[in-house]
Every structure is written in structure tokens, then in C-alpha cells.
Design a protein around this ligand. Structure first.
Ligand SMILES: Nc1ncnc2c1ncn2[C@@H]1O[C@H](COP(=O)(O)OP(=O)(O)OP(=O)(O)O)[C@@H](O)[C@H]1O
Length: 543
């Protein structure tokens, strides 16, 4: 049953007795403008106690803006109101009000301090707001251990956060958020709300399962969760109810039990989309473009593999299995422990002699997974981010042809559906998914001979994903070789001609043809017995 905007639609069967309950959060007619652009228009919805409420929408539809209004980071336009457990919240939300009321946020970057310990990160709010004259570290450690044990997390409180795995970091951020709302509940006696803004893109399936267990234990304790994600399967799995935003307008609500994958996609995109499955090519029919022998990194053990000319080769495995290092090693962005690379029939060269500059000269391009840290420059405009690697192309007679750059950026923005398509806008003003589109456009526009991708569609909405996949397939059909490292089995099954699955640093499965399905990839990730021996398998000679 699709509900109209503003209707509550809470199912008492999900949380018995909750039908009489006050909403934990009531958002009423919230709008937000940036200059002349409206990011949110009169958005209204309720979150009930014990509910996991999905907040979905295309890139730039206003999800993060809404979260930032709740956090007090943005002031909403006049006319809207917020209620938390029945109490009217003064707008803009004042510093400290969110915490006092019992709202805690896990933003896309998790908000942890990497150089501090788990204990320090976990107790930072209590330590900075307690007004204490001194810190009793014995008591603080006890409290931290208790919090970690409560959620079954086996993490040493004295470990530095930058030494934790991505899964442990995400779980720590959520435990901290829950501890914060529990601290507020001890004072107010009322349930709190944790807002999770895309916490899953980097997590392997086992990590997502652990995270969902944690979310369920939060709601069992009577608190609520707002869950933002572009992964429809995850949304179907964890949410009770879903609110969809489209271009800043609430386009409807849906009870999870009435939702199907197709229905949700249609509400997000505004139309049904075909998954556009592609005819996989026989990798044997493609001449090798780049051949890697004995390539080893920090986790990657000496491995032999190649990518064919015009092939889309997927690399996957559990996090830490070594596949995620390959794009960086192949680009010379990380030094290998060993290994050579041969292009076509050319003599192989040692990987350690390859710098990113030399890789670019050879026609390689790398889209790193860390968009904010290693990929884009937030403080520069879109146009500069698009043309950073080849700005030299726009110089004529010693002058930079600014107009030509702007025009080309505009064309690229249209092609990759960057919204808003304003080349002068800073990258930081774009939504996460739109920023990723700018960076993909940057590298695709250079038509590299070898495109190296690490989690290319993280944060990109379902509609745009299909467009990016189509662009990658077209480029491959025209001869571009693509290596795509990703933890998303569905994405790999959609675009790749061949997928190598890694375990414990070695290639253990090679999937092609009919075995190259989402299920086949997931199964191979969890199967331990290697069926593919990297050192014994005959390599095809470059032709
Ligand atoms: N600081 C800002 N200045 C100008 N425009 C902004 C700013 N922050 C967000 N916007 C714009 O507001 C709109 C909504 O962005 P928002 O980040 O809320 O989208 P989103 O739904 O979270 O997208 P994504 O799924 O890509 O994260 C976008 O058009 C974005 O460009």
C-alpha cells in the first residue's frame, strides 16, 4: 500500500502498542533553499518508536540536507517545524539540542578521529560535555568495554581507530551513536533516534549483517533509526517504512511489507528502469592488454592475471583479501612487494618503476575509492575537478581557454547527469553521488586505454548507476580495458565479462559466462577452497 505524503502508515504489528505512541520525530513542512535552488520543499514525515525508517532518493534529492537540518548544521527556510517526542524543537536546531533530545548521527565519513583510540572516540561526547574537573580513565574504560560487549564487539578499547577494519569502524560509530542517545534517555526518559547516512557502501556482506544486527538491537530497546542507503536490497531487509524524496519533494511513503524492489526503484527514479543486463563477452576471444605477473602488495600475495583489450574485469572478495590493492598497484600509486606489468606485446617492466605520472602517460587512469581524500578536491569548482589531469589541453598561446573548459564541463555534466550542472560550483556543494559522477566523468572523458576503478558507484543512485554501467560498456566495446574492484556482487555481475574472486591474498575463483551472477560471486567469496591456482594456471601470452 503506497501512502500519501504526510500519512503515518505505521504498522502496529511491527511494534505492538506503538499505534498510540507519539512519534519520536515529526518533520513538518521542512524546506531548504541554497541561493535560488530548492533542496527541500515542504517535506513531512513521522518516525515512530522502535521503527527503522528508510529515507531514499536519487542523488541530490535532499536526504543529507534533511539530516544536516536535524543536526543543526543547516537552518531550514521559514515555515516548517520539528517535534521530538512531542516537544517542539526551536529552529534552527541549536548546538547541543540534538544531543540533549536524543538524536545521534552517523554521517557518511563516520565522524571518528582516526588518530585517537577506540576508548577516546567512544567517550568523547561524555568527556567533553561532562563538565568534569578530571577524567577517571579506569571508569571510562569500564564504560567503553561495557558498551562494546553489549553489542558483542570484540575490539580492544586501546586500539587506535586507524588500525581498525572498515567494518569495525562503522560498527564503532554506530555503537557510539547509540551510547549517546542512551545517555540522553537516562535524563529525558524518552526514546532516541540514530540517523545512519549511507553507512554500508564499503562493508562486505558479513559486515552489513553485523551492522543490521546492531540496528535491530537498537530498535528492540525502543529507539528508532533513520536509514539512508542506495542499496534497495538492504532497505528491503532492514526498514519498517520508507519515505522517498525526489528533487527535494516527498514523493511518497511505503510500508516495507508492501514494497518490492521494482516499486521502490520506480518511486525513487520516477519510472521503471530496466537493469540492462549485457551480453558477456568471451574473455578468451580478447587479446590481453595488460599482463600482471607475480604482483604482490601488502595483502595481495604474488598473483598472475591479465585484462583483455576491451574487457571489463571485476575483482572482488572479502575486505582484506587483497583485491582492493590491485587498482593502486597497477597505477603505481602504491609500491608492490613484487611484480611486473606488460602492455600488449611489449617487454614487461617492474611495477616499482611505475609512478602515477608514468601510468597516466601510458594511458592508465585510476578512480580511487576515497572520494574525499584521494579523488576529488572539495574546495575547487566542478570544472577544475573535471580537468585537473589534463588542464594543459586548454592552453593556447600561453593563455588558458577558460570558456572552452566551462563549455566542455557543461557538456560532460549533461552526459553524466551531474546536478546541478553548474561548472563553477565547488565540488563540496554537490551531493555525494553527484560528486562521484564528476570524478567518473573526469576519467572517462580522457578515454584511457586502461581504466582502474575502486568502488566506482558508491553513493550513486540506482538510476544513474545504469547510465554509468552503459557508459562503461560502450567504452569497453570501443576498446577500453577496465579493471573494477568492488564489493558489490550485483554491480560486478551487471557489467563484467570476467570476475576474479580473491581470498587471503590469492585469486581463488574465476567466474565467466553463466557462472557470473550475483549469487555465483557471493558464493565464491565465501567458498574457501581455491579452484584457481595463480602460479600454476597457464597465462596466455600477449599477442
Ligand atoms: N552547501 C551547499 N551549497 C549549495 N548547494 C547545496 C549544498 N549542499 C547541498 N546542496 C544541494 O542540495 C541538493 C540536495 O543535496 P543532498 O546532499 O541533500 O542530496 P542527497 O539526497 O543527500 O544526495 P546523495 O544521495 O548524492 O548523497 C543538491 O542539489 C545539492 O547540490
Amino acid at each position: 500500500m503506497a501512502l500519501q505524503s504526510g500519512q503515518t502508515g505505521h504498522d502496529p504489528a511491527i511494534n505492538p502498542g506503538a499505534s498510540q505512541a507519539l512519534p519520536v520525530l515529526s518533520v513538518k513542512n521542512i524546506s531548504k533553499s541554497f541561493g535560488g535552488a530548492k533542496a527541500l520543499r515542504n517535506v513531512s514525515f513521522d518516525v515512530m518508536p522502535g521503527e527503522v525508517h528508510g529515507l531514499l532518493g536519487k542523488n541530490g534529492s535532499g536526504k543529507s540536507t534533511l539530516v544536516k537540518i536535524l543536526a543543526g548544521f543547516h537552518a531550514p527556510d521559514d515555515g516548517g517545524s520539528l517535534f521530538f517526542n512531542g516537544e517542539k524543537v526551536s529552529l534552527p536546531v541549536r548546538a547541543g539540542d540534538a544531543r540533549r533530545l536524543g538524536m545521534a548521527f552517523v554521517h557518511q565519513n563516520l565522524g571518528l578521529v582516526p588518530s585517537l583510540t577506540v576508548l577516546e572516540n567512544l567517550r568523547v561526547v561524555q568527556l567533553t560535555h561532562g563538565g568534569r574537573a578530571f577524567i577517571n580513565w579506569v571508569e571510562e574504560e569500564k564504560a567503553a568495554r561495557h558498551a562494546l560487549e553489549r553489542f558483542g564487539l570484540d575490539i580492544d578499547p586501546h586500539e587506535r581507530v586507524d588500525r581498525l577494519s572498515p567494518v569495525q569502524r562503522a560498527l564503532l560509530a554506530i555503537v557510539r551513536a547509540f551510547e549517546d542517545i542512551e545517555a540522553a534517555r537516562a535524563v529525558t526518559g524518552k526514546p532516541g533516534l540514530v540517523l545512519l547516512d549511507e553507512p554500508t557502501p564499503f562493508l562486505p556482506a558479513s559486515g552489513v549483517a553485523q551492522l543490521f544486527e546492531l540496528v535491530r538491537s537498537i530498535t528492540k530497546a525502543g529507539c528508532s533509526v533513520i536509514f539512508i542507503s542506495h542499496d534497495i536490497d538492504e532497505v528491503m531487509d532492514i526498514t519498517d517504512r520508507i519515505t522517498v524524496l525526489r528533487d527535494g519533494i516527498q514523493s511518497g511513503e511505503l510500508d516495507r511489507k508492501d514494497a518490492t524492489h521494482e516499486k521502490i526503484v520506480e518511486m525513487i527514479v520516477g519510472q521503471s528502469i530496466s537493469r540492462g543486463g549485457h551480453a558477456k563477452r568471451d574473455p578468451e576471444s580478447l587479446k590481453p592488454f595488460a599482463t600482471f605477473r607475480n604482483l604482490a602488495g601488502r595483502m595481495l600475495q604474488p598473483s598472475d592475471f591479465h585484462v583483455g583489450k576491451g574487457e571489463i574485469l571485476g575483482l572482488t572478495g572479502l575486505i582484506g583479501s587483497g583485491y582492493e590493492e590491485v587498482p593502486y598497484l597497477a597505477f603505481g600509486a602504491k609500491p608492490a612487494a613484487s611484480g611486473t606489468i606488460a602492455i600488449g606485446q611489449n617487454e614487461p617492466f617492474e611495477q616499482v618503476t611505475l609512478s602515477p605520472k608514468a601510468a597516466i602517460e601510458k594511458g592508465f587512469a585510476l578512480l580511487p575509492g576515497d572520494r574525499q581524500g584521494a579523488s576529488g578536491v572539495d574546495s575547487l569548482p566542478i570544472v577544475d575537478n573535471m580537468f585537473l589531469p589534463d588542464v594543459g589541453r586548454f592552453f593556447r598561446g600561453g593563455f588558458l581557454r577558460n570558456r572552452a573548459m566551462i563549455d566542455e564541463a557543461h557538456v560532460l555534466g549533461t552526459q553524466f547527469e551531474v546536478r546541478p550542472n553548474d561548472p563553477y560550483l565547488k565540488l563540496s556543494a554537490l551531493s555525494g553521488g553527484n560528486a562521484q559522477k564528476v570524478l567518473i566523468a573526469r576519467w572517462m572523458n580522457r578515454s584511457p586505454a586502461l581504466l582502474l576503478l575502486d568502488e566506482p558507484t558508491q553513493g550513486v543512485d540506482v538510476g544513474t548507476r545504469q547510465q554509468i554501467f552503459a557508459a562503461l560498456r560502450k567504452a569497453a566495446a570501443e576498446g577500453m580495458s577496465i579493471i573494477c574492484a568492488s564489493s558489490e556482487a550485483e554491480q560486478l555481475a551487471d557489467i563484467c565479462d570476467r570476475v576474479l574472486v580473491f581470498a587471503k591474498g590469492r585469486i581463488c575463483h574465476e567466474l565467466t559466462g553463466d557462472s557470473l551472477t550475483k549469487e555465483g560471486i557471493s558464493e565464491a567469496c565465501y567458498a574457501t577452497a581455491p579452484t584457481y591456482h595463480t602460479t600454476n594456471r597457464p597465462m596466455r601470452a600477449a599477442q
